[in-house]
Design a protein around this ligand. Structure first.
Ligand SMILES: [Mn+2]
Length: 247
């Protein structure tokens, strides 16, 4: 049997120097690609392009998908006006990601959302975000670590009985943290399966869906040295294998 193919949503970066200053390049951090390879999948980068026809054809190739990190989601997507503390948004990427998510879900493709990808899942399902952690009614920890990407800095308590708990077989894990926003509310399609000790939601799951997991932290930056983080990609690839078998 062939290895399952995992699509990774990408973004656009503008060259700051080099031979082509101002030039646009399609990109995703290499860690996403390495994590899929390490878990036994074949990674494919999905260029930021909101053509439904093209995305449907791309999705035909896939057995699973990762929605990667990036810009804040435009608050209009969850019926809010922009707060002063909102950071950069990218409406073109919203258009691409929201469409890609809807099309991926239609065919019950296994989904892993990371950081922005996790927030995208929540908003697509009808949930809302805090535009900044300072807008939460109680005080939060520092969720934007000033250290290297591969250092776990805060604890996440794992909800017993959740799929996430099944994957990890643990009540508590340590994660890294690079976010200034957080999930404010979830819809009836979504379960919360992990929180930081300040109650900030860090993990969600789709209800009645084969595999739909979203994490606020960045397992792709930790998986090379943290067993718990490897399990997340292993679970995605295993769900992708199952999907592939039914195609
Ligand atoms: Mn955090």
């Amino acid at each position: 049997m062939k290895k399952p193919v995992i699509g990774i949503s990408t973004s656009v970066i503008v060259d700051q120097g080099g031979g082509f200053p101002g030039y646009e390049r399609i990109y995703v951090n290499k860690d996403y690609v390495s994590s899929v390879i390490a878990a036994g999948g074949v990674p494919i980068m999905i260029p930021m392009d909101a053509s439904e026809e093209n995305l449907r054809q791309t999705l035909d190739l896939l057995d699973g998908i990762i929605f990667s990190g990036g810009h804040d989601i435009a608050p209009i997507r969850y019926q809010e006006e922009p707060h002063q503390k909102l950071q950069d948004i990218c409406p073109e990427r919203d258009e691409f990601d929201f469409l890609l998510y809807r099309l991926a879900k239609e065919r019950k493709l296994p989904i892993l959302g990371i950081c922005r990808g996790y927030q995208l899942m929540n908003v697509s399902e009808g949930g809302k975000l805090y535009q900044d952690l300072s807008l939460k009614d109680t005080e939060s920890f520092k969720h934007s670590q000033g250290h290297g990407p591969n250092l776990p800095t805060h604890t996440v308590k794992v909800e017993e009985g959740s799929k996430f708990h099944q994957i990890l077989q643990k009540e508590e894990i340590r994660v890294n943290s690079f976010h200034h926003q957080a999930v404010k509310s979830v819809s009836e399609n979504v379960t919360i399966s992990g929180r930081a000790l300040d109650n900030v939601v860090e993990v969600i799951e789709l209800k009645d869906y084969p595999f739909g997991l979203g994490v606020q932290f960045h397992p792709e930056m930790l998986q090379a040295k943290e067993e718990d983080m490897k399990k997340i990609f292993a679970a995605l690839v295993s769900a992708a294998k199952e999907y592939q078998g039914k195609k």
